[in-house]
Design a protein around this ligand. Structure first.
Ligand code: NAI
Ligand code: MG
Length: 376
């Protein structure tokens, strides 16, 4: 068990929370005998300082060869005028790794979170869905035209691009018994690319995932329903790059805290337990992927020991699950986060960082998490 990790700790709070998350990985190695080879390198601002580029060719090559990339947020105001900008490093890694499926879970790992959501408790309670955003195609890529009085972004999708992301949704749905329902969000009423998207997603599900219930949902009405009736989408939502960008930020906003949101970007569909992925397989028998928190590098609190390590730790759990098939260990890490966040609710001590209204620092929160992982 285990494999080869490329660790890119990033800037500001990136290295602070990556450091804490790796302590959890140490505990998992000790208790399971798994071994993770750790190669640390640069991406973002620190790479700009050292190599005058946001990511080097050597790092891009390593990111293709690693079983998984564990990424800490990059960037900050000191590189505000740099060319290229520090965030471009991540975009180049994404393209090189062909990690076309961006997964963002939206669930309430903790009771305490429900109170922090901007949405009323009775509406938000029990929300549990995974949003999958197509991340290598659509309007964000292709031949753009930018003139003085004219701009154009071709919004294109090829069959192969739609099929592969539909398969990620289907495969994730099938990891549950009974399979989770899937919603495909598009604008087939106005966009040709959406009509093609809709037809091909249905073809894939009819042929490869007949047991999964697939429904179409217009992306604009989904934006509203996620606020008025989010539990109606418990399951999986799959959507294109543009809609996914907006809807994933919206779904992140539902939880009320940036410090708790993980993400995964995968190069293929994860396999069912006991079988092998058919695309994007790594040498560890999982799928190649990059794992990072949704939040940025938080320069306003960096160096003060205040950052919440939970999102980075939850990203580690996603990595164990999808890139290393360590499902049980992933569950243990997620349960540990829930336990720590709920400690006060359950009559224990409050161990929460400032973003959650608490007084704990990064170290305290991390130590509490380590303690829970050891106990579970
Ligand atoms: P941000 O997410 O870094 O911060 C927004 C607010 O949330 C700040 O008040 C920050 O203190 C707080 N926050 C974020 N993460 C937290 C944590 N773990 N614990 C406690 N509080 C936390 O977003 P912002 O300020 O817009 O961006 C800062 C830098 O990060 C920029 O240079 C931006 O480009 C970069 N960034 C990088 C990303 C990446 O590497 N994938 C993603 C988003 C932003
Ligand atoms: Mg966005």
């Amino acid at each position: 068990k285990g494999g080869k990790l490329l660790i890119l700790p990033g800037d500001h709070i990136g290295p602070e929370v990556v450091h804490e998350a790796l302590k959890i990985l140490d505990i998992i190695e000790e208790s399971t005998g798994a071994q993770f080879e750790r190669d640390f390198d640069l991406c973002g601002g620190r790479s700009l300082d050292k190599h005058k580029d946001s990511v080097t060719e050597a790092v891009l090559k390593k990111s293709e060869e690693a079983d998984a990339v564990f990424f800490g947020s990059a960037g900050g105001p000191e590189w505000g005028h740099s060319q290229p900008n520090p965030e471009s490093g991540l975009l180049r890694i994404r393209l090189r790794m062909q990690i076309f499926a961006n997964l963002r879970p939206c669930n309430f790992v903790s009771k305490s979170l429900v109170h922090r959501s901007p949405i009323k408790e009775e509406i938000i309670k029990g929300v549990d869905f995974m949003l999958i955003r197509e991340n290598c195609g659509g309007a964000y890529y292709g031949n753009k035209i930018e003139e003085e009085d004219y701009g154009c972004d071709p919004w294109e999708y090829k069959r192969s691009e739609i099929e592969r992301v539909a398969r990620v949704a289907g495969a994730l749905a099938m990891q549950h018994d009974p399979p989770l329902p899937v919603w495909s969000a598009d604008k087939a009423n106005v966009l040709a690319s959406s009509r093609v998207w809709r037809r091909i997603v249905h073809e894939v599900f009819d042929k490869e995932f007949p047991k999964v219930t697939l429904r179409d949902q217009l992306a604009d009405s989904l934006a509203m329903l996620l606020i008025t009736k989010p539990t109606a989408f418990n399951g999986i939502i799959v959507t294109d790059n543009t809609f996914g960008d907006i809807l994933s930020d919206e779904s992140g906003g539902l939880t009320g805290s940036l410090g708790l949101l993980p993400s995964a970007s995968l190069a293929g569909a994860p396999a069912a337990p006991g079988s092998e992925p058919t695309q994007g397989r790594n040498n560890a028998g999982g799928v190649r992927g990059l794992y990072e928190p949704v939040h940025g590098s938080a320069p306003d609190i960096s160096g003060k020991g205040l950052a919440n390590p939970a999102a980075q730790v939850l990203s580690l759990a996603m990595m164990l699950r999808y890139s290393f098939n360590m499902h049980r260990e992933a569950d243990v890490v997620e349960e540990a986060v829930a336990k720590v966040l709920d400690s006060k609710e359950d009559g224990g001590l409050e161990v929460r960082t400032g973003d959650l209204g608490g007084r704990a620092g990064t170290r305290e929160m991390s130590e509490a998490l380590q303690g829970e992982v050891r106990r579970l």
